[in-house]
Design a protein around this ligand. Structure first.
Ligand code: CO
Length: 134
């Protein structure tokens, strides 16, 4: 059911410092910061030949990554995003299998302007999973 790895998201406290690590130490192609107030994050996109890495910094008072960074002071891997062809069909199949879909279970428009859902880490080997319909 799942297809390509769309991106790996890493939560960071200092986006400029994290961008410098990826740009200067790892030699990656790093975008300018993109504020996404509707998602409570500022994002830097890193293009790799086969996938993307997204660095997420909290934005605003109710950022969904604030608590994660309280527990992970150095930052850390926040979620993986897999592509699916039909997000509603994927959701229904996962719910029927007993997986927990976060929020109200309805896809919303994600950081790339496409429908996304998040799946509970406890059901997926301890890793928060994002599904994106492409
Ligand atoms: Co994501």
């Amino acid at each position: 059911m799942i297809g390509r790895l769309n991106h790996i998201a890493i939560a960071v406290k200092d986006l400029a410092a994290a961008s410098a690590v990826y740009r200067d130490m790892l030699g990656a192609k790093v975008s300018a910061p993109v504020p996404q107030p509707e998602h409570g994050v500022t994002v830097v996109f890193i293009e790799l030949p086969n996938t993307k890495v997204e660095l997420l910094e909290p934005l605003g008072a109710n950022s969904p990554i604030a608590r994660f960074l309280e527990k992970n002071a150095d930052g850390g891997m926040h979620h993986v995003c897999y592509e699916v062809d039909d997000i509603v069909a994927a959701r229904d199949r996962l719910k029927a299998a007993g997986a927990r879909v976060l929020g109200d279970g309805e896809p919303r428009i994600g950081a790339h302007g496409k429908p996304v859902l998040f799946l509970h880490p406890k059901d997926f080997c301890g890793a928060l999973v994002e599904l994106e319909q492409v």
